[in-house]
Design a protein. Structure first.
Length: 224
């Protein structure tokens, strides 16, 4: 059975789109039961509707507390039958109560090589710092921001003087490959967490060609 997921967005939703595309092409064994946003005008909601996926906005400003907002999200996610939660540019910190509702089943993508440059401006902070290697990380979510156990990372070279736009664009291209891949591993039940360490159970599949000028670990598999 396809993994029933909710994708949470606050903005454009290009990562959401990469997941939709892999599902529609038959590579990713998941079903998006719901796209949820705290911003009613998030373009990610439009992307969902364009693909016949239920799209719901819950405005956090209408709730008295973070806890109440998270309770409403949990109810909505469960009502739609989703059992795992994929954060794709969702700009809210989640309470323990939310995380406890989906134990070991909340993923996030961050546009930097964690633990470097957590926070809302990973690409900009890396570019400003002058790093020569940048990248992105998919991780399980815990109570701390951009902190939980790492599932997969992709690294790209950064050039001197490069700005957030060009570096961020190169990182985003890889985000669109590693995030659907990580969700597929979750769907296949191949991710095992032991403390901070995430073990990927091996597969019989032949190794896929890896992206040029990038280092991805664990390596991408066929179709990603
Ligand atoms: C991505 O850079 C992601 O890593 C970060 O927020 C951005 C979302 O972009 N968490 P999009 O909405 O998926 O286009």
């Amino acid at each position: 059975m396809a993994l029933p997921i909710a994708v949470l967005v606050s903005g454009g939703g290009s990562n959401l789109q990469s997941i939709i595309d892999r599902i529609e092409s038959g590579t990713l064994d998941a079903e998006i039961r719901l796209v949820l946003s705290n911003k009613p005008d998030a373009y990610g909601l439009t992307r969902a509707r364009n693909h016949g996926i239920p799209a719901v906005a819950l405005e956090h400003t209408r709730y008295g507390s973070r806890e109440e907002f998270d309770q409403a999200m949990v109810r909505t996610i469960r009502d739609h039958g989703a059992e795992s939660v994929i954060l794709a540019g969702f700009m809210r910190i989640l309470t323990s109560e939310f995380l406890n509702a989906f134990p070991g089943r909340v993923l996030n993508i961050h546009p930097a090589l964690l633990p470097s440059f957590p926070g809302a401006h990973g690409q900009r902070d890396a570019a400003d710092y002058g790093v020569r290697i940048a990248g992105c990380t998919v991780h399980f979510v815990d109570e701390k921001m951009d902190h939980g156990p790492v599932i997969i990372q992709a690294a790209v070279p950064a050039r001197p003087g490069e700005d957030e736009e060009t570096l961020g664009g190169r990182i985003l291209t890889l985000e669109h490959r590693i995030y659907p891949q990580a969700v597929q591993w979750l769907a296949q039940g191949r991710l095992r967490m032991a403390g901070r360490h995430v073990q990927l159970d091996p597969s019989e599949a032949a190794p896929a060609p890896q992206p040029e000028n990038a280092l991805v670990n664990p390596p991408l598999e066929n179709g990603f």
